[in-house]
Design a protein around this ligand. Structure first.
Ligand code: IMP
Ligand code: MG
Length: 181
């Protein structure tokens, strides 16, 4: 795997630091929340959600959703598919934070905010490990962001290319020749 990585963009130490920072922000913002629910967006945000949640010293509940906007490609298809829905009936008593690995076009998180709001969520915010604002096609800004990056295709710490590289402990730039770029 390592031979396919051009450069490490966010190291393990940097990931730990940004998780510390975001966890503190969330603790401050949700101190008075009656019920805080983190929604881990499968599969990519699993490592980030795990690192983040253990640093938040407030009572939290954990949920999972699975959506996709990508096929086996490095370019978003633009269509959001909901593969695993939130397993809850009443959303009106909880504050939700949707946790993503990366924001690209912004479509996935815009869609999820709209979807959860329409289902009656008390509040919805978004948290992402990485953000590529240059790639935005819709008007969207995450509430919590680990790191803004330039327009590279990155893998590791949950992020994949064709389901591979998710288990790298850092985020790295994939060599363009690996995906024919
Ligand atoms: P958006 O809906 O276009 O913002 O797409 C967000 C999703 O695209 C993320 O959850 C990732 O699954 C995927 N994605 C976007 N950029 C990258 C990347 O550089 N590496 C791996 N996956 C990416
Ligand atoms: Mg994803």
């Amino acid at each position: 795997m390592i031979k396919d990585i051009e450069k490490i963009l966010v190291s393990e130490d940097q990931i730990n630091e940004l998780c510390d920072r975001i966890a503190k922000q969330i603790e401050n913002d949700y101190r008075d929340s009656k019920k805080l629910v983190l929604i881990c967006i499968l599969k990519g945000s699993l490592p980030f959600t795990a690192e983040l949640m253990k640093r938040i010293s407030l009572p939290i509940e954990l949920e999972f959703m699975k959506v996709s906007s990508y096929g086996a490609s490095t370019v978003s298809s633009g269509v959001i598919n909901l593969h695993l829905d939130l397993q809850r009936d009443d959303l009106s008593d909880a504050d939700f934070i949707v946790v993503e690995d990366i924001v690209d076009s912004g479509r996935t998180l815009s869609y999820l905010i709209r979807y959860l709001s329409e289902r009656g969520a008390k509040s919805v915010r978004t948290c992402t490990l990485l953000d590529k604002p240059e790639r935005r096609t819709v008007n969207f800004t995450p509430d919590y962001c680990g790191q803004i990056i330039d327009d590279y295709f990155v893998v590791g710490f949950g992020l994949d290319y064709n389901e591979k590289y998710r288990n790298l402990p850092y985020v790295g730039i994939l060599k363009p020749e690996v995906y024919g770029g």
